[in-house]
Design a binder for this molecule. Structure first.
Ligand SMILES: NC(=O)c1ccc[n+]([C@@H]2O[C@H](COP(=O)([O-])OP(=O)(O)OC[C@H]3O[C@@H](n4cnc5c(N)ncnc54)[C@H](OP(=O)(O)O)[C@@H]3O)[C@@H](O)[C@H]2O)c1
Length: 330
């Protein structure tokens, strides 16, 4: 079997987990890692037996033997890092949120399309076996016509103004970090929203620490989102239709079980165990697409990534929340 050779861009928390996911896939080889510092690249590679270490993202991007690069830096650098790799002719899997705003996403996606290269947002939740089952069930009408959904993603982080979660220069805030999962979920189930309303509490570093958002979708369908980085939430998702509802149990964003409830019937629980640490599923989708010569995934299409970013831009607009480099930023 020809293995797909991966390069890892960045050596932080999620890069560590993603490499673990790749290591459970026989069709993947982790060939190289790139870091801003050579010490970090060496340490990361030594621990994981990664043969090539690049001190600098540019040399990783131009490594001729790397097939696809996984971008695992904080959100404000995704667009720049993905652009570097695409310019060097690489396929790219870019962590969520794909970018800070829709304008950045449109530029990067435009470049991938111009060059005919594969590109995908790493919205890993979509690729779990249970999520496949959720899509199948609701599209087959198991709970009738879809009308509403509730989804929440919040956790309580200690306030650290210098951290990625709170520093505006690193794209801090709940919407970009965890809200994106909820907006993307609503989009996957109900399609793109036509309108959003929301309230946020902006904390002392100026980013949204918690928010409640309602999205309106075609036909008056509604999505209720609760998100937070200073408030723990149940981390459940419920899809409601005219003939029942489906509850995806916590943590819904790494889904393993759901209950289907219909009035007058016994509840039905569906389980879909996870193999590996879960990152293997999105990586397997990238490999399938590359092997099939596809430039994007049908499960996480690029136009939907742009639409999700536009929705998040609209939500933030109403809060007056701007990131450095954006028009109107403080
Ligand atoms: N899919 C998921 O479940 C999931 C979970 C957590 C995070 N994420 C996403 O993954 C991305 C990274 O998150 P993380 O938690 O891994 O972050 P992290 O631990 O802070 O690591 C980010 C890495 O990016 C690199 N980097 C480049 N420029 C940087 C800068 N100016 N400041 C800090 N780091 C910089 C660093 O690697 P070098 O020093 O080696 O260059 C750093 O180790 C975020 O966009 C986040 O939304 C996804």
């Amino acid at each position: 079997m020809k293995q797909v050779r991966w390069g890892i861009l960045g050596t932080g928390a999620i890069a560590r987990q993603f490499v673990q996911g790749l290591n459970s896939l026989p069709e993947a080889e982790v060939l190289a890692v790139g870091s801003r510092s050579s010490a970090s690249a060496e340490k990361f590679a030594d621990k994981r037996n990664i043969p090539r270490r690049h001190a600098g993202y540019d040399t990783l991007a131009s490594d001729p033997d790397v097939d696809v690069v996984y971008v695992a830096t904080p959100h404000p650098f995704h667009a720049e890092n993905a652009t570097l790799c695409l310019q060097a002719g690489k396929a790219v899997l870019c962590e969520k949120p794909f970018s800070v705003n829709a304008a950045q996403a449109e530029r990067v996606i435009g470049l991938a399309r111009e060059k005919g290269l594969f590109l995908m947002e790493g919205m890993w939740t979509r690729f779990f076996p249970l999520m496949e089952e959720v899509r199948r069930l609701v599209s087959e009408g198991a709970i009738g016509e879809l009308r509403m959904l509730n989804v929440d993603f919040g956790f309580r982080a200690g306030l650290d103004p210098a951290s990625r979660l709170f520093d505006p220069r690193l794209g801090g805030g709940a919407l970009l970090d965890v809200g994106v999962y909820c907006v993307s979920f609503a989009s996957m189930i109900l399609g793109p929203p036509s309108r959003s309303v929301g309230l946020a509490h902006l904390g002392e570093t100026g980013v949204d620490e918690q928010a409640s958002i309602i999205l309106e979708h075609e036909g008056g369908r509604l999505a209720n989102l609760s998100i937070g980085i200073r408030t723990a939430t149940p981390q459940e998702a419920t899809i409601m239709g005219t003939e029942g509802y489906v509850k995806i149990h916590a943590p819904w964003w790494r889904p393993m079980s759901m209950t289907v409830s219909r009035p007058g019937e016994e509840d039905e629980t569906v389980e879909a165990p996870v193999s590996g640490n879960g990152f293997n599923y999105e990586a397997a989708e990238v490999i399938r697409c590359l092997e099939a010569g596809k430039t994007e995934s049908d499960i996480m299409p690029l136009d939907e990534t742009i639409s999700v970013m536009r929705t998040m831009d609209g939500i933030r607009d109403a809060w007056g929340l701007r990131y450095p480099g954006e028009e109107g930023a403080p």
